[in-house]
Design a protein. Structure first.
Length: 149
């Protein structure tokens, strides 16, 4: 059984992102009309914890590719690759694009380098397997997990 959602907002055509309560960490939820849109919205939820995404300019694009047959493990893998790349490059990401064919995932993250004008929120250390789910309910895909903060 999934915990009740404590906050959901619409982020794009057919996409939502949200958060659910968890004891020590934060649960994130991405929703969309495709699994790719759900992953994109989940990434927005993660980086929305880090800073106000409306303040971030999508001036640089980073591409990340990986192989993963299981959509649930693909979600955690991708979120952790994004967080690692953001730390490595000193960046924050605000826009995301996901495509996949079979086991191959091709993704893009757009954002900018951290600077004094960006307010730092809570540091997200990584995505976990806790409460991990990627599923389709009717016409909507949902991707969720708990992130370690």
């Amino acid at each position: 059984m999934n915990p009740p959602v404590s906050h959901v907002e619409r982020v794009g055509l057919g996409q939502t992102r949200g958060y659910f309560d968890h004891d020590a960490d934060i649960g994130i939820i991405g929703g969309g009309t495709s699994v790719e849109q759900a992953f994109e919205a989940a990434a927005e939820a993660v980086f929305g914890i880090v800073t106000n995404l409306d303040s971030v300019e999508a001036s640089s694009v980073v591409m990340i590719e990986f192989e993963e047959p299981d959509p649930e493990f693909a979600l955690v893998t991708w979120l952790n690759l994004l967080l690692g790349k953001a730390r490595e490059l000193g960046m924050v990401f605000c826009r995301f694009r996901v495509q996949h064919q079979g086991n191959h995932w091709h993704t893009e993250a757009s954002g900018e380098k951290w600077h004094p004008g960006l307010e730092r929120g809570v540091e997200v250390k990584g995505a976990t397997l806790t409460m991990l789910a990627v599923k389709k309910a009717g016409a909507t895909w949902e991707a969720r997990c708990v992130v370690d903060v």
